[in-house]
Design a protein around this ligand. Structure first.
Ligand code: FEO
Ligand code: CA
Ligand code: CA
Ligand code: CA
Length: 743
């Protein structure tokens, strides 16, 4: 029997994945805490850096207005938005939103308006699906790149490009059913026309936006800047793994090229004005047949494939490999079938899983996969505050249960003129190809260590479970290298963000159903940095276990040096229901603040506000997903706490107050809120509403009354009205009095 005919297991949440069966210790078996917390804090304070950065009040950012009528606004002055299950997007009183662009909208001249009834095609020239991370790239009035304050004028807040991730597509039983008239085909083989649509809605959109005469933003359908990257777009492999034998495929016999970027989740904006996009749950799109281990001679590639979630016989998410004999379909079958790697796609999985750099201002240049930054389920790429003469650091999370937190440190020191070079991807080559990749180990005393992932590290070169050939192999198999050095297993590291006030790094740890007080071998016991394992009821009867609601951890580098190999940390916030017990609601969240499953996390430059976005399935019996605005303090502003009823001691930040944490937005039914960017003047904010209506059953496609959401059609956007098929979309939020968002 052809195992391709098996249906994939029902995917309740395709993001909720865990493959880490390494024996890495939890904190209580780590004996060597290098510094005591007290000494660490004293030591770093003595550098004086925290005394400067830590004291910057946020009102200082409110007045930092590049010369446009600077005034001191108090932040978080709005009234908190209430939790809601309504199929609407709610913003605070005094704010408004409009839809900027949605799945299927035309992105080139001559492409028809989206009919949204499953008959549309040409998705290579339309916005893709599942809008996720995004970044704002300034243009001058005459359409010149205008980033990072260089000759900035007021036009930079009225004309721009947005680089937008299209992570995935709403699917059930293989088919992205809202894209197809009858819901599409669940059985194999998948029709080529369906596969073509589904491949095209994944990837990136770069598009121009401009304010109209009424001062409202609209996207420019026929802008010469607009482009898409989809699954057939050529992309360069760059960095240490370029040309490596592990990247040789039938498409690229010398291992230097691939096609597409897949399951793009979080983003980063480089100090030189390019977009970084993280490839997250790419592994599930590939098929590997049930006899492939033996075909590979059970060599080390099998160890790698298993560690990255492709055990033999695993069905692919969409069955794209069955679309036809053409190469664009065949590449999704990674089974060994030819005489050599250049004859088949045995190595194709190694071409996904990177941070990819894109020049939004120049569509003629191929995107570059930055292999030096490691290969895993990437979320955001958060940049340190660049300092002249210091290396550049990039902070990253690997989102799967029990995976790790990583840091990249460039070899080259930051040179201010690099912010304004014309060949931006060459600048990327300089800072993102040569450097050191580290993984985080969190100690029980509130300190931590960055462990280098280098082929010269004896723990890696002498690792017995996988034999690394060279640094390229370390980059391609960074999860295995991180296992080898004893990294700390975390509660699904999602986005990272750097606080512009002090350079501290925040990590959203969304949840972990594998965190258990009495863990099995595939689960993790609570530790200081992941201290909660509890039970919660959903809908009054469904028991949810683990770290159900997630938390947000933050890190301060030793001496505030981005190249430091030690750090201190605490937990800024614990997600919880406001009515939960004190053993769960450790942050004392009120009904105006309570949230579950933090995911997107972005500090906006104009105000320094930390925006926290949720992708939740635990509290959704009470509320749709949301975005909160936060004014955090700094690492160490709270203290040690013991989780009630346990012997786990952790470090918790100062508790939030009513005016330092507030719910700002609640989304439509079954959506997640993800991605946020703003104009330089802070007066327009862009936010993504991803996968409204994803709880709809494939079988209900013919009965619109059974769709769980009709947004944004029900808000008057596009065709379909109150029975529209739901669409992922980007909204733009403004304040009715013209003020800064979050004031
Ligand atoms: Fe695409 Fe882990 O969020
Ligand atoms: Ca509950
Ligand atoms: Ca996410
Ligand atoms: Ca998600």
């Amino acid at each position: 029997m052809n195992d391709r005919t098996k249906l994939p297991a029902p995917q309740i949440d395709p993001d909720d994945i865990g493959y880490n069966d390494s024996g890495n210790p939890t904190f209580d078996s780590i004996l060597s805490s290098r510094l005591s917390r007290r000494d660490f804090l004293l030591g770093s304070a003595s550098t004086g850096a925290m005394a400067i950065f830590g004291a910057v009040p946020f009102s200082a950012f409110a007045g930092h207005d590049h010369g446009h009528g600077a005034r001191a606004e108090s932040l978080l002055g709005f009234k908190a938005v209430a939790k809601s299950l309504a199929d609407v997007v709610s913003v605070p009183e005094g704010y408004s939103y409009s839809v900027l662009c949605a799945l299927g909208d035309p992105l080139a001249a001559g492409v028809s308006a989206y009919s949204n009834n499953g008959t549309d095609s040409d998705f290579e020239y339309r916005f893709g699906d599942h809008h996720d991370g995004m970044e704002y790239f300034e243009l001058s009035e005459s359409g010149k790149p205008h980033h990072h304050g260089h000759d900035r004028d007021h036009h930079s807040s009225s004309r721009a490009l947005i680089g937008l991730n299209h992570e995935a597509t709403t699917d059930e039983l293989r088919s992205s059913f809202f894209l197809h008239a009858n819901g599409g085909t669940s059985t194999l083989p998948r029709p080529a026309a369906e596969v073509d649509k589904e491949m095209a809605v994944h990837g990136i959109s770069v598009f121009e936006i401009r304010k109209n005469r009424r001062g409202q933003f609209a996207y420019v359908q026929d802008s010469a800047f607009n482009f898409r990257i989809h699954q057939n777009t050529p992309v360069e492999i760059s960095g240490p793994a370029r040309g490596n034998a592990l990247l040789v495929t039938k498409y690229s016999n010398n291992g230097t090229m691939t096609r597409g970027t897949l399951n793009n989740c979080g983003t980063g904006k480089t100090p030189w004005g390019t977009l970084l996009t993280g490839e997250e749950n790419w592994t599930g799109y590939f098929f590997r047949n049930a006899t492939d281990n033996a075909a590979r001679g059970n060599d080390k590639s099998v160890t790698s494939l298993n560690r990255y979630g492709r055990s033999q016989g695993a069905a692919s998410r969409h069955g794209w490999e069955t679309g036809g004999v053409e190469d664009k379909y065949a590449r999704w079958d990674i089974s060994l079938s030819g005489a050599a790697a250049s004859d088949d796609y045995r190595n194709e999985l190694n071409t996904m899983g990177y941070i990819v750099e894109i020049d939004p201002y120049d569509k003629t240049q191929a995107a570059r996969k930055r292999t030096a930054l490691g290969r895993f389920a990437h979320e955001a790429a958060a940049f340190c505050i660049p300092k002249v003469g210091k290396p550049i650091a990039v902070y990253q999370g690997d989102d799967a249960r029990g995976e790790y937190i990583y840091k990249w440190v460039s070899t080259r020191e930051w040179h201010a003129a690099d912010a304004h070079r014309h060949n931006r991807l060459e600048v990327g080559d300089k800072y993102l190809n040569d450097g050191k990749l580290y993984v985080a180990q969190f100690n029980a005393d509130g300190t931590g260590t960055w462990l280098e992932l280098s082929i010269n590290n004896p723990a890696i070169s002498a690792y017995t479970k996988y034999t690394f050939a060279d640094q390229a192999d370390v980059c391609i198999n960074s999860r295995l290298a991180a296992d080898a050095v004893g990294a700390t297993k975390m509660d699904r590291p999602e986005w990272s963000g750097v606080n512009p006030a002090n350079g501290e790094i925040y990590f959203a740890l969304t949840n972990n159903s594998n965190r258990r007080t009495n863990p099995t071998s595939s689960q993790q016991a609570p530790d200081a940095a992941n201290p909660r394992a509890y039970s919660d009821l959903k809908g009054g009867s469904k028991v949810q276990n683990g770290n159900v609601n997630g938390h947000i951890l933050r890190v301060r580098e030793a001496g505030n040096e981005v190249a430091a190999t030690t750090f201190s940390w605490d937990i800024y916030l614990f997600g919880a229901e406001s009515t939960a017990g004190a053993d769960i609601n450790l942050s004392g969240l009120t009904a105006d603040q309570d949230f579950s499953s933090p995911d997107g996390l972005v500090f906006t430059p104009s105000t320094g506000i930390c925006w926290i976005q949720t992708d939740d399935g635990a509290y959704t019996d009470v509320t749709n997903c949301m975005m909160l605005a936060a004014l955090p303090g700094q690492v160490g502003d709270g203290g040690a706490v013991t989780v009630p009823g346990t012997n786990i001691t952790t470090y918790q930040g100062k508790l939030p107050k009513a005016n330092t944490l507030k719910r700002f937005l609640v989304g439509a039914k079954d959506c997640e809120i993800t991605g946020v960017c703003e104009t330089p003047d802070g007066k327009a904010m862009f936010v993504n509403i991803q996968h409204p209506g994803e709880g709809t059953a494939h079988a209900d496609i013919a009965d619109p009354t059974k769709y769980t959401s009709h947004w944004p059609g029900n808000a008057g956007y596009g065709s379909g009205g109150i029975i529209a098929r739901p669409r992922s979309a980007t909204i733009v939020i403004t304040k009715n009095d013209g003020g800064r968002i979050g004031s």
